[in-house]
Write a protein that binds this ligand. Structure first.
Ligand code: MV4
Length: 490
């Protein structure tokens, strides 16, 4: 592959192009009318306009992307995340057009796109799963019987689900019929597929995912875990690697389970296997994401492996150049997603002009972004401004770098989640590592953020005063007879 097209925008398009350039591969950007002046368009060797700003007229139009690939002579398509990245129809269309899809085969995307199909695919692989059923259910009487067998609380989940849609916790028999009806109708309207199933509800889990890489020669490896428990309404806030709670034994067992899941669907490329970890440290397979994830940089920092480079090499048909034994974890990495959203106003998107935008730079700091100062943040797409990734030898060092780096951002023109991110990173529960998927719900409120910020201002003022008082003596009447330097030597 000498030239690839990146079917995406923003930070991930840029991030993919950077690695392509490093590998000597030419890049083709695609863009919508809202993105004419975006960095990903400028960075690419060539760029093709897709159409109007709404993604269903640009980034989601499969035929236009295939046409742009043919027109420019690109030999592969990298889909990034979101948009068409987990669309099996698109992956098939790309293949049929004689273009390499830099990602898994349509079969793996299709199987993992359905939770029930995924359960069926891994059935013979002895993967730990939450107690529950493996077929869609419509009959309320049968659902009641199953719920009683499993024991309340139960969770009704949509097979086609994602982002928590079509998911309902049921505490007792009485509320089951209504909740089931709601889950089904939500699933029908969101996915056009009303298939739901039942699982035991794991009440306070941690969300831990394993990065996998699989080549076309049957080699499958894992690159350890990412801890993604800190999320807000199924939107991840802070991700880290490694997780503070995994012992080497659990890590190995989860890694092996993830490799089996990948094998069960003939996976090729970079993928992520999601698990729940309960309070007793039992883990259960949830689902597999068949794309490069937003939070992949934390894995890159602790393993030293460029995941996009691996994706491209795998798509070229190369064998993985390392074995499981060659991989190890060095240091600790955190990622904070910085959004143009107002944490004091229910995280309402705060689109507008990035009048001032300066991000931190320095050792142990990586910023993946797709904006420049002066640009507008369009209303049409995800309002993520940048990903702030920090690295340190220890978790404490990575957290400290994160807090310092947050302080170094200068953003004006839109509200951001930076202060919320700092609140999280300095929270006792986060620092101690003792948290689960309910972190934000349990510990965050706009009032707490306000209190935290005024405390911070008071602390800064007190520190300023102390410094002033400490230095006052020296700052006062200059001693003309003996310099301080001379005094220090005496
Ligand atoms: C669960 C669960 C508890 N018990 N399944 C949320 C989205 C989808 N990927 C699966 N999800 C969950 N499945 C059982 N049996 C709790 C969640 C869940 C969750 C999982 C990971 C990260 C954040 C979450 C927030 C709420 C619920």
């Amino acid at each position: 592959m000498k030239k690839i097209l990146i079917a995406n925008r923003g930070e991930i398009a840029l991030r993919v192009m950077r690695t392509a350039k490093k590998m000597g591969i030419k890049t083709v950007a695609v863009y919508s009318e809202a993105d004419r002046h975006s960095p990903h368009v400028r960075f690419a060797d060539e760029a093709i306009l897709l159409g109007p700003a709404p993604s269903n007229q640009s980034y989601l139009v499969m035929e236009k992307i295939i046409a742009a690939t043919k027109e420019t002579g690109a030999e592969g398509i990298h889909p990034g995340y979101g948009f068409l990245s987990e669309n099996a129809v698109f992956a098939k269309m790309v293949e049929d057009a004689g273009i390499r899809f830099i990602g898994p085969r349509p079969h793996a995307i299709r199987v993992m796109g359905s939770k029930l199909a995924a359960k069926e695919a891994v059935r013979d692989y002895k993967i730990p799963m939450v107690p529950g059923i493996e077929e869609a259910i419509t009959d309320v009487a049968l659902a009641k019987k199953i719920a009683q067998e499993i024991g309340f609380p139960i969770l009704i989940k949509a097979s086609a689900g994602g982002g928590g849609k079509g998911m309902r916790v049921v505490e007792n028999l009485e509320e089951l019929p209504q909740q089931m009806e709601r889950a089904i109708s939500e699933a029908v309207s969101a996915f056009g597929d009303g298939s739901v199933f039942i699982e035991k509800y794991v009440t306070s889990p941690r969300h831990i995912e394993i990065q996998v890489l699989a080549d076309t020669h049957g080699n499958v490896l894992h690159l350890f875990e990412r801890e993604c428990s800190v999320q807000r309404r199924h939107q991840k806030v802070v991700e880290e690697a490694p997780s503070v709670v995994l012992t080497p034994a659990i890590r190995e067992a989860m890694g092996e389970a993830a490799v089996k899941v990948a094998k069960a669907c003939d996976y090729v490329g970079a993928g992520t296997v999601e698990f729940l970890l309960d309070a007793q440290k039992n883990f259960y397979f949830l689902e597999m994401n068949t794309r490069l994830q937003v939070e992949h940089p934390v894995t890159e920092l602790i393993t030293g492996i460029d995941l996009v480079e691996q994706q491209i090499k795998i798509a070229r048909g190369e064998k993985l150049a390392f074995k499981q034994e060659d991989l190890s974890i060095t240091g600790h990495a955190l990622e904070l997603r910085v959004y143009a959203e107002d944490p004091l106003n229910n995280f309402l998107p705060s689109v507008g002009n990035l009048e001032v935008y300066q991000h931190p730079v320095g050792e142990g700091i990586r910023v993946d972004d797709g904006f420049k100062q002066g640009m507008d943040i369009p209303i049409y797409y995800d309002p993520m401004i940048s990903k702030l990734i920090t690295y340190g030898q220890t978790r404490e060092a990575a957290i400290q770098r994160m807090v310092e780096a947050i302080n170094e951002y200068k953003i004006e023109g839109v509200a951001t989640t930076l202060a919320f991110g700092k609140f999280v990173c300095e929270h006792e529960a986060f620092v101690s590592g003792n948290f689960d998927t309910h972190f934000v719900k349990n510990y965050y409120s706009p009032e707490k953020l306000e209190a935290y910020r005024s405390e911070e201002i008071e602390l800064a003022a007190a520190l300023g005063l102390k410094l002033y008082l400490d230095n006052k003596e020296q700052l006062q009447a200059p001693d003309t007879t003996t310099s301080n330097w001379r005094k220090a030597r005496i």
